[in-house]
Design a binder for this molecule. Structure first.
Ligand SMILES: Cc1cc2nc3c(=O)[nH]c(=O)nc-3n(C[C@H](O)[C@H](O)[C@H](O)COP(=O)(O)OP(=O)(O)OC[C@H]3O[C@@H](n4cnc5c(N)ncnc54)[C@H](O)[C@@H]3O)c2cc1C
Length: 416
């Protein structure tokens, strides 16, 4: 069923009793052409684009729990394309373009809101780096505007511009960046993939791989074995666990990242503000809650909950830049398991096992990458070639020295 104002009116007249399920509940078949492991944003987008862009008919997505309960439904919803390096910027610029057409493409309201993201700077040196970053962003077709103090004040008057420790000198604004409703992105891709014939198999955990003579033949799951000639892993924080099952040692650490939401307030902040020096970012949800986050917890973990010292650190940074936040009550906090790569950049590549592909290393930035990640991973699995905007995201770059060192966005084992 296509969602439209007419179907809404039609269903309203029937007391909303006729809505079909957005995706089918299916049991696994014995074999598929391609299996995607992981029902987060990246796995679902990959399955969708395999069917949509490459006409693949026999695709299955297997998820150990229910779709959307991983990081895709736990993040702070920030979407931007203001990366710095050659290997990353074209990829994120592509992602932002896909975001701009996503609701129409999926016929699903993901509440994409281009409210702008401002990265604050506090010194001449930091401003010079942001100018370089802005130029690099513009060269790759995304947008960037350098704001002075008054510019920041106009966008976000509640910021303590004259902060004695971190006086704000200006900010790098990306007007086309913003936020989206995170779990709706998972649901929208799931519905789209299902409509194109993808089997979404929930409550089906992959517990091993069938690998014969270095070639993948399928997966072992809690619902039994499923055969496939190509298998893609897109399990975010569980990447190293799945990698180990396939005999791979990966340059990934799993860390908890926490997020927070306050009680609902009247409209207060209509853009996203990032205070990088203190590691704090904040936006206001449509329900009025201040949604914010900061740094990863300082130890490796697979637990989806965080620790109190990081809560203190994040709140401290927030109150430093926006003192009025000290009067606001925090309602909830939660954690997700992040797949932190050693250079802060993703991996979308083949593995040494023939037919086994890898999508991981999303660090703090995987939500904004969701459409392009699915697009490029589907391209790789369907054609055997890396997509042109994702050519640098190779697995062997850590061995060959071609790392894409997005400073400050990776695991930074020296700090944690
Ligand atoms: C608190 C927090 C805030 C964040 N904020 C932002 C932000 O503002 N902007 C941004 O761009 N990014 C943000 N991120 C990062 C972003 O959410 C992730 O990088 C991205 O969601 C990861 O990809 P995914 O959606 O596919 O992951 P997930 O949703 O975690 O999907 C992976 C799936 O794999 C499944 N799985 C695991 N093991 C198995 C198995 N053995 N068999 C079958 N299935 C399995 C899991 O159950 C899970 O559903 C944030 C992350 C967190 C935790």
């Amino acid at each position: 069923m296509r969602y439209s104002v007419f179907t809404l009116a039609q269903q309203a007249l029937k007391g909303h009793t006729g809505w079909p399920k957005a995706w089918r509940q299916v049991a696994p078949q014995k074999a598929y052409d391609i299996i995607v492991v992981g029902g987060g944003g990246h796995g679902l987008a990959t399955a969708y684009y395999l069917a949509r862009n490459h006409g693949m008919k026999r695709v299955a997505l297997v998820e150990k729990g229910l779709i959307g309960l991983g990081n895709v439904g736990r993040n702070t919803t920030i979407v931007r394309a203001n990366y710095n390096l050659e290997g990353n910027e074209p990829f994120y610029a592509h992602s932002l373009r896909l975001w701009e057409g996503l609701e129409k493409e999926l016929n699903y309201n993901v509440m994409f809101s281009q409210r702008g993201v401002i990265n604050l700077f506090h010194s001449d040196g930091q401003r010079d780096r942001f100018v370089r970053r802005g130029n690099s962003i513009l060269l790759h077709g995304a947008d960037a505007v350098l704001l002075d103090r008054d510019g920041v004040r106009r966008y976000a008057p509640m910021i303590d511009i004259d902060n004695s420790r971190f006086p704000v000198m200006g900010g790098l604004l990306q007007p086309r960046a913003g936020t989206a409703r995170h779990d709706a992105v998972a649901w929208g891709f799931a519905r789209g993939a299902d409509r194109l014939g993808v089997d979404i198999i929930q409550n089906c955990e992959v517990i091993g791989f069938d690998i014969q003579n270095g070639v993948v033949k399928g997966v072992e799951t809690t619902l039994g074995p499923i055969r496939a000639e190509r298998v893609g892993i897109a399990v975010a924080g569980n990447t190293s666990t799945l990698g180990r099952m396939a005999g791979l040692e990966l340059p990934i650490e799993s860390h908890v990242l926490q997020a927070f939401v306050s009680e609902g307030l009247k409209p207060f902040l209509d853009c996203v503000v990032t205070f990088g020096v203190g590691h704090f970012y904040v936006s206001q949800s449509d329900k009025g809650g201040m949604v914010f986050g900061g740094d990863i917890d300082g130890y490796n973990s697979y637990a989806q909950r965080g620790n109190l010292p990081m809560v203190e650190h994040v709140v401290e940074a927030g109150v430093t830049m926006i003192p009025r936040l000290s009067r606001v009550r925090v309602l909830r906090s939660w954690g997700g398991i992040m797949d932190m790569s050693m250079d802060g950049s993703p991996i979308i590549d083949k593995t040494p096992v023939e037919g086994l592909y890898l999508n991981c290393g999303w660090n703090y930035g995987g939500f904004k990458a969701t459409p392009a990640s699915g697009w490029c991973f589907a391209h790789l699995m369907a054609t055997g070639e890396m997509h042109e905007v994702s050519r640098a995201h190779r697995l062997d770059r850590f061995r060959t020295g071609h790392s894409i060192d997005e400073e400050g966005t990776g695991a930074q084992p020296n700090l944690h």
